[in-house]
Design a protein around this ligand. Structure first.
Ligand code: G3P
Ligand code: MG
Length: 235
């Protein structure tokens, strides 16, 4: 089995760029994150109808772009220009020197395909000067496909709440990290995750006091909409 180096994460990752200040998952949001001190951003990657990896959170374009159409039914050429392709996002990270937590956010039924296309893209264009990206997903099938296709990229299991089966799931996807939702995170869960040897990232934390408390529980990394606020809070 491929031995990955220990996961090196920054203390703060900008969520969808810096979505407190700029439209989420856009190049403007990545620039804003960098301006506000982030060294890494988190983005959501899914496939257009014609299989191009793009950066978009929702299954539909409605909320962020005001277009009532599903991403899975929209070819890349018909997406609004503000929706970056994954490659455009990576070019922006190269320019800004940003690391990235690539959340694989597949449209339904495209879990494995999305992961395979994402890692193929990373292999082809991820800049060697940047830290190796962290892949994450709520979908075990995506992480397993990523592990099979490109085991060299570290993986984290995304989870809203630790269920009883979290360790088995983490092991099955070869997770180096656990990316856990703040709402259900307990001190005991944080201890269990760290004891099992995982890097612990917590999302989405925008309150300075809460960020300090979570770091106090042993979290390695905070994923936040407002990287400047949280960097100041935990300095
Ligand atoms: O990766 C952390 C966070 O982005 C997971 O939830 O819904 O914002 O993609 P969501
Ligand atoms: Mg996300």
């Amino acid at each position: 089995m491929l031995q990955l180096p220990p996961l090196q994460l920054p203390r703060v990752i900008g969520h969808r760029g810096a979505m407190a200040y700029a439209p989420e998952n856009t190049l403007a949001s990545f620039h804003e994150a960098r301006r506000r001190g982030a060294t890494w951003v988190e983005i959501d990657v899914k496939l257009s109808a014609d299989g191009v990896p793009i950066v978009m959170h929702d299954a539909s374009l409605e909320r962020t772009m005001g277009i009532a159409r599903l991403v899975a039914e929209t070819p890349r050429a018909e997406l609004p220009a503000d929706v970056p392709t994954f490659e455009q996002a990576i070019a922006c990270f190269r320019e800004l020197g940003l690391g990235c937590n690539v959340e694989i956010k597949p449209c339904e039924g495209r879990e494995a395909e999305t992961a395979r296309v994402a890692v193929e893209t990373l292999r082809r264009v991820w800049p060697s000067a940047l830290p190796s990206p962290l892949l994450s997903s709520f979908k075990d099938a995506s992480l397993k496909a990523a592990m099979a296709a490109a085991p060299e990229f570290a993986r984290a299991l995304l989870i809203g709440e630790l269920g009883e089966d979290w360790e088995a799931r983490a092991q099955a996807v070869g997770a180096a990290g656990m990316n856990v939702g703040r709402r259900k995170l307990t001190a005991a869960a944080a201890v269990a995750i760290k004891r099992a040897g995982h890097a612990l990232s917590v999302w989405t934390v925008n309150d300075p006091d809460e960020a300090r408390a979570i770091v106090g529980m042993g979290a390695d990394c905070i994923i936040t909409d407002a990287p400047d606020v949280i960097l100041r809070a935990i300095a």
